[in-house]
Design a protein around this ligand. Structure first.
Ligand code: SF4
Ligand code: SF4
Length: 299
């Protein structure tokens, strides 16, 4: 059993071909640019879309724990009181509330994954386990990977690589392609931007590479946060150090996650930051090529 917050079918950007992406909930990191902030917590969470809210107060009446504070022109949720029972969601007639996070089992998920088997075969696709951090629910992820391998489904694991090496030893035989994030250069900056230092991540990358895992390195880049020349140079150096990578992709910042943060009561540190312009992306690509790595591409 595990907890997920979404399943997207016919996805095109998380591995080759047409894919079903299973988003597992919970992550040991909390990247400031994360576009899935509902994935941070390992627990179900109520989300409030204030633009849909009519301030009718039905949710406050339904909540046994008085977690909703609805007054003139104002509606906030006290998340410390909420136990995610869902009563308020049923009470809202305006679809202003929803819950992120659903407990599920391997048996429940597999039919959804297998529903697109013909499309996977025709397109060279498969399933991608993403998050959140799928390695943080190791036994659930492992069970899913094994079942997918039994069914002949190509598997991608989208991971920050922040997990014990032994955990990677366990999943390695069942993962056809790792999508590994490389987020910042310098452990202190990495900790500042993601909440954790990066030594474990780099050592797991080295381990997986030496074990001949197929790996695409994905580098989220946010103007002003982690696009310094030393980071761009480090990306190029990783490409040179690991010539058998399946590729390195830049993931330019987009601001899709900003509205989501306020809906689950999180501050939005990057509010106002716009989606990265093509000029900025081109400049990043040029710099990385100048540092000696030509095969860089945009993911
Ligand atoms: S029930 Fe829905 S519309 Fe009414 S106050 Fe609650 S969230 Fe807003
Ligand atoms: S999910 Fe339950 S506890 Fe949380 S705010 Fe809604 S009614 Fe209250």
């Amino acid at each position: 059993m595990g907890i997920i917050f979404d399943v997207q079918r016919a996805a095109l950007h998380d591995g080759p071909g047409l894919r079903t992406v299973v988003f597992l909930k919970g992550c040991p990191l909390c990247c400031v640019w994360c576009h899935n902030p509902e994935s941070y917590s390992f627990h179900p969470q109520v989300s409030l879309n204030i633009e849909r809210c009519r301030l009718c107060g039905a949710c406050a009446d339904a909540c046994l724990w008085q977690a909703h504070i609805v007054s003139v022109g104002r509606h906030v949720i006290n998340y410390e009181l909420c136990d995610a029972c869902g009563a308020c969601i049923d009470a809202c007639n305006y679809q202003a509330l929803q819950i992120f996070g659903q407990q599920t089992t391997v048996d429940e998920l597999m039919p959804e994954i297998l529903a697109d088997l013909d499309f996977y075969r025709a397109s060279g696709g498969g399933v991608t386990f993403s998050g959140g951090e799928p390695m943080a629910q190791l036994y659930f992820t492992l069970a899913l990977l094994k079942r997918c391998q039994d069914e002949g489904v190509h598997t991608c694991l989208d991971t920050s690589c922040y997990a014990p090496q032994d955990a990677f030893t366990r999943v390695l035989p069942y993962v056809d392609l790792f999508l590994i994030d490389y987020k910042a250069t310098g452990s202190e900056l990495h900790k500042q931007l993601t909440g954790v230092p990066n030594q474990t991540i780099l050592s797991n990358l080295e381990y997986l590479y030496q074990e001949n895992a197929r790996i695409i390195l994905r580098c989220p880049l946010v103007p002003g946060l982690n696009d310094q020349p030393d980071h761009l140079q480090a990306i190029a150096q990783l490409g040179i150090k690991y010539p058998n990578l399946q590729g390195i992709e830049l993931m330019p910042y987009h601001n899709m996650g900003s509205g989501k943060r306020s809906r689950i009561g999180l501050p939005d540190h990057l509010s106002g930051l716009k989606t990265t312009s093509p000029d900025v992306i081109e400049n990043w690509l040029t710099q990385i090529r100048q540092y000696g790595y030509d095969a860089i591409r945009v993911g």
